[in-house]
Write a new protein. Structure first.
Lengths: 144, 221
């Protein structure tokens, strides 16, 4: 049953990438297999750097923009991944809520999660990462 | 770029590979919506990029059916996180429907064998699929053309449309980009609203005269 569901999800999603260039199709399949097969504990903080290690392709084989396009597809369409934000300050990472980032986009300033003071040059200091989505967690719990 | 910050994201919103995926993400998660005109401009630009790839590999599509060509365009849009559907219902089975929140953009695709194919595509699009609402009053007729006289065909099509006011009320050819094999028309829809239709040729003519080209044509057959 578990294998059957995995196979159906993969086939369905791979169909959309059937016309993609070979390197993109390969990278998509590697990422999809990884997030479906890896334990939850290893899917909590994924970056473009982690994706590149997973797909094992150089930038000359697949550039970062195309890699990001694939990762965002997994966020937007099947919603297997979601995006998180954190403020990086002196090697310390402060987790941010989506609403903090939305508010900063609207007002042009970000309140520090610790003391509420405006964060100088926040656009350079807030980084984005990917993580398994609640949907993926449910999918794995339900079918495994 | 092993990690991405918000400045990187802003920059990547102008990159052709990531633009639509980021805009769709911002809509889904951050609730930030682009205007209908920006949406239409973005979809037209994405379609152009995909069509250029199709045209660059025209030798592979000589025997392709209309549906498989449109499916190719649809898949490429989906890979960019765009909500594109092939064959979904909107008062009939649409060839290509793109949605973004309440916004819609619909295209009808035809093999351009005779001018009537183009007019029939236009009729289907504007009398059946496009509602005329402000957030869905743009669409396209995509014409796959295998013959060598594309420039002449697009010019004739423009001229003919500008004289079809009896069928398409107040029709005007509003935008012609020389050498681009496309033009835009506006006319008054039955709803009373203005409809904007982009007519876009896809150049699939393939007739190589060199030795290896002739051989590969025979092999393809």
């Amino acid at each position: 049953m578990v294998m059957e569901i995995d196979r159906e999800i993969k086939e369905d999603l791979m169909q959309c990438w059937s016309y993609a260039p070979q390197n993109e199709r390969y990278a998509f399949e590697r990422l999809l297999n990884h997030i479906l097969d890896e334990p939850q504990s290893r899917l909590n903080h994924l970056t473009i750097g982690s994706f590149r290690r997973i797909i094992n392709l150089n930038e000359s084989d697949l550039n970062n923009e195309k890699l990001l396009k694939i990762a965002l597809y997994l966020v937007n369409k099947p919603q297997l991944l979601e995006v998180g934000y954190e403020l990086i300050e002196d090697d310390e990472a402060w987790p941010l809520e989506i609403s903090d980032v939305t508010e900063a986009r609207k007002t042009g300033w970000l309140a520090h999660p610790d003391d509420g003071h405006p964060v100088y040059n926040y656009q350079e200091r807030v980084t984005l990462y990917f993580a398994q989505s609640q949907y993926l967690i449910k999918l794995k719990k339900g079918f495994r | 770029m092993s990690t991405l910050n918000l400045s990187d994201i802003e920059r990547l919103k102008n990159h052709p590979d990531t633009k639509s995926a980021l805009i769709q993400y911002e809509y889904n998660v951050l609730g930030l919506e682009e205007s209908y005109s920006s949406f239409v401009e973005r979809i037209n630009s994405e379609i152009d990029n995909i069509i250029q790839k199709l045209e660059a590999a025209s030798n592979y599509y000589q025997t392709a059916c209309e549906d498989s060509l449109t499916y190719y365009i649809c898949s490429c849009l989906q890979q960019r996180s765009i909500n594109a559907e092939h064959g979904s219902y909107s008062n009939g089975e649409t060839d290509l429907k793109v949605s973004y929140g309440s916004y819609k953009w619909i295209a009808e695709a035809k093999w351009f064998r005779q001018y009537e194919n183009a007019y029939e595509g236009m009729r289907q699009l504007v009398t059946r699929y496009i509602s005329g609402r402000g957030s869905s009053n743009h669409g396209a007729v995509i014409l796959y053309n295998k013959t060598s006289n594309s420039a002449e065909k697009i010019k004739t099509l423009q001229n003919n449309y500008s004289e079809m006011g009896a069928e398409f009320k107040n029709i005007q050819v509003t935008a012609v980009v020389p050498g681009s094999f496309e033009f835009t028309t506006t006319h008054t829809h039955s709803s009373g609203e203005n409809i904007v239709v982009r007519h876009r040729l896809v150049l699939l003519h393939h007739n190589p005269e060199d030795k290896s080209g002739r051989k590969s044509k025979i092999d393809e057959k």
